[in-house]
Every structure is written in structure tokens, then in C-alpha cells.
Design a protein around this ligand. Structure first.
Ligand code: NAP
Ligand code: ZN
Length: 350
């Protein structure tokens, strides 16, 4: 077995503490990754606090972390994609059935048998519990690990494995590009990646934020406009002017004011997962032939495409690096929307 040192929360509402566990031996198709950085996604917080208990209850002890980057320390005998010393990434799932139409189409996140999520799930044997990247290593089948070409700023690469792909995928699906007006709602971990990616794709980007103090950062992220949403009067003049809006907000909020900003044929995609359902009047969609959609991360081929796109365009996440003893503080600050713009844990720090 592979000895692993991680950080776990043992029940909802408690703090993280060191937690040692075992991962499987490196099999013929596996690689062992020594983890360098793990990003803190708001989904980690939702699950650590069991906020999705109705749909995805948390199994404790929970070692979160699905934005993982590190170096390959060992390869199985049949591995062809990686060699020792390569930089590799792990996102939100580590295996799937490989046989269903969704797996065959590179949409493994929608595996008919349900993908093996990186944590708070099980391997495909449905018995072995998965533990995430708030730990010093991971054993993964090479086909579910991603190749990272960026040599430099590895800490800024970790968040691409979830925040990056979750925003890249819907921007690509709705063919965002030059001449289009794009809105990003919520300037947090996902939101700031959405801005960088939409700008790189050539769109005119507006940030919708509840935090006026983030305006100065908006420009450095490449956004063209910044709108404070706490005053509805700021939205009124923008009605009907957007081609595409990506809503990344983690807390309960009304989506109808944003649907109102879409032009004819416009689309809005929600990726945030607040605990309560939203009420959308059909007329909000009927007038203007509008589309309201969701999006879940991305499959392995698209995640690799995103990483390559980011390497080509020099895109990484803006991060605050912390040591593992500061996870609770990072969670509190993220919940208060006080993150610039992703906390990343240095997993090489003791
Ligand atoms: P985050 O870093 O905490 O950012 C969320 C942002 O939402 C905040 O920075 C804030 O931006 C805004 N916000 C927070 N509370 C708000 C409120 N009460 N009203 C309006 N806006 C508010 O979170 P994240 O890691 O980007 O994740 C965002 C959401 O996406 C989470 O629910 C997460 O679980 C989900 N997620 C989904 C997927 C997927 O595949 N669909 C993948 C990853 C994460 P401002 O300060 O600018 O207002
Ligand atoms: Zn995530």
C-alpha cells in the first residue's frame, strides 16, 4: 500500500486535523503523484460543511481537494503517458466506467455508472473510499491524470483543474469569442478564471460583483467593465445587451435579473451550487428565446485542451498560498468573498 499524509474534517462543523491513510499500490496503469499544491474550491467548503446533504451527503472523514498539481514519483509497468519527474494534474474525478456513451465521448464526468470522484466518493469498485488532494500524494490511473506543460508557476496551475475547466467548458460550448459581450457573475475562484479565459477568447467582459472593493483588480484581470450588483439601478441600463452570462455565485441569489440582461438568443450558464433552488418564470426565457443551462466541470479531453490553452496564453490562477494549518482561516475568508482569488495549499509544507 501507499502511505499518505492528509488533512481531514471528521464531522460537519469541525476543523481540519492531520489524518494518515493508505492509497492503493501503484498498479501497471497507475502513476504516483507527489502533490505540490492543492487549490481550495468552494465545493470543498460545501462538502466539508455537508451543505449538499440532500443530494450528495458527505462521508466523513473527508479529505477534500480536487485541484491538484504535483510531480510524478513512480509509474506502473504499462504507463506510456507519463515518466518520473513529469508534472501532472488531477481534477474532480479519478476514474469512470470507460464503456458508456458518455465515457466514450470524453464526458466522463457524466459516466452512466457515476465517475469515481476525487474525494467524497468511491473508486469504481464502489467500496474503496476516495480521499482528495489535501494530502501529500495520489495514486491514479494515467488516463485520468492530466499533463501540465507549464514549468513555472505551478501554484497558479492547481486551480485550473477545477475552476479553469468549469469556466472554460461552457465558454467553449457557447462559442464565446470576438464581438461578443460576456458577463461573469461573482468574482471568486471560478469567476476570476472565467474573466481571464473569456478575455483570452476575445470577448468583451463585464464582471458583476457584490464587492465594490474588487473593482481595482477587475482591470488587471483583463475585464472591460465592472458592475456592483447590490444596487439594481446599475443593471437597468444593461438590459438585453449580453450574448452570454456565466453565473459562478456560491450562495443563494436571484438569477432573474441576469436573464433580463441577455439579448435575443442569449444564454446564461449556472455553475455555482447554492443550497436552495432558484425560481425562474418561463416568461423570463420566452421573451428573447433565451437559454438557461448548467455545466459540470469537463471531461478529460476538454480538461487537457483547457490546460494547453492556458499554457499557450500564459494563463494561471491568481493565488494566495497557505500552509495546511491555515485551511480553516482560508475557508472563513472564502465564505466572506475575501479571496484574491484562490487559496492554494502548499502540500510540501509540514
Ligand atoms: P468562491 O471563490 O467563494 O466565489 C464565489 C463568489 O460568489 C464570491 O467571490 C462572490 O463574488 C460571490 N458571492 C458570494 N456570496 C454571494 C451572495 N450572497 N450573493 C451574490 N454573490 C455572492 O467560490 P468558487 O470556488 O468560485 O465556487 C463557486 C460556486 O461554484 C460554488 O457553489 C461551487 O460549489 C461551484 N462549483 C461548481 C462547479 C461545477 O462543475 N458546476 C465546479 C466548481 C465549483 P463577489 O464578491 O464578486 O460578489
Ligand atoms: Zn471545484
Amino acid at each position: 500500500m501507499t502511505e499518505t499524509k492528509g488533512y481531514a474534517v471528521h464531522e460537519a462543523g469541525t476543523d481540519f486535523s492531520p489524518f494518515n491513510f493508505e492509497r492503493r499500490e501503484v498498479g501497471p496503469h497507475d502513476i504516483l503523484i507527489d502533490i505540490e499544491y492543492a487549490g481550495i474550491c468552494h465545493s470543498d467548503i460545501h462538502q466539508a460543511k455537508d451543505e449538499w446533504k440532500d443530494s450528495m451527503p458527505t462521508s466523513y472523514p473527508l479529505v477534500p481537494g480536487h485541484e491538484i498539481v504535483g510531480r510524478v514519483a513512480k509509474v506502473g509497468s504499462d504507463v506510456t503517458k507519463f515518466k518520473v519527474g513529469d508534472i501532472a494534474g488531477i481534477g474532480c474525478f479519478v476514474d469512470s466506467c470507460r464503456e458508456c456513451p458518455n465515457c466514450k465521448n470524453g464526458q466522463e464526468q457524466f459516466c452512466f455508472k457515476q465517475a469515481a470522484f476525487t474525494y467524497n466518493g468511491t473508486e469504481m469498485d464502489r467500496v474503496t473510499k476516495t480521499y482528495g488532494g489535501y494530502s501529500n500524494n495520489y495514486v491514479i490511473d494515467e488516463n485520468y491524470a492530466l499533463k501540465v506543460k507549464t514549468e513555472g508557476d505551478l501554484k497558479g496551475v492547481a486551480p485550473l483543474l477545477c475552476a479553469g475547466i468549469t469556466t472554460f467548458s461552457p465558454l467553449r460550448r457557447f462559442k464565446v469569442g470576438p464581438g461578443q459581450k460576456v458577463g461573469i457573475v461573482g468574482l471568486g475562484g471560478l469567476g476570476h478564471m472565467g474573466v481571464k479565459l473569456a478575455v483570452a477568447m476575445g470577448a468583451e467582459v463585464t464582471i458583476f460583483s457584490t464587492s465594490p472593493k474588487k473593482e481595482a483588480d477587475a482591470k488587471s484581470l483583463g475585464a472591460h467593465h465592472f458592475v456592483v450588483t447590490s444596487d439594481p439601478a446599475n443593471l437597468a441600463p444593461l438590459a438585453g445587451t449580453f450574448n452570454f452570462i456565466l453565473d459562478t455565485v456560491s450562495a443563494d441569489h436571484d438569477v432573474n435579473p441576469y436573464l433580463n440582461l441577455l439579448g435575443v438568443g442569449g444564454a446564461m450558464v449556472v455553475v455555482g451550487v447554492p443550497s436552495s433552488p432558484n425560481a425562474v418564470h418561463n416568461l423570463s426565457l420566452i421573451f428573447g428565446n433565451k437559454t438557461l443551462s448548467g455545466s459540470l466541470i469537463g471531461g478529460i479531453p476538454e480538461t487537457q485542451e483547457m490546460l494547453d490553452f492556458c499554457a499557450e496564453h500564459n494563463i494561471t490562477s491568481d493565488v494566495e498560498v497557505i500552509t495546511p494549518d491555515r485551511i480553516a482561516e482560508a475557508y472563513d475568508r472564502t465564505i466572506k468573498s475575501d479571496v484574491r482569488y484562490r487559496f492554494v495549499i502548499d502540500m510540501t509544507a509540514e
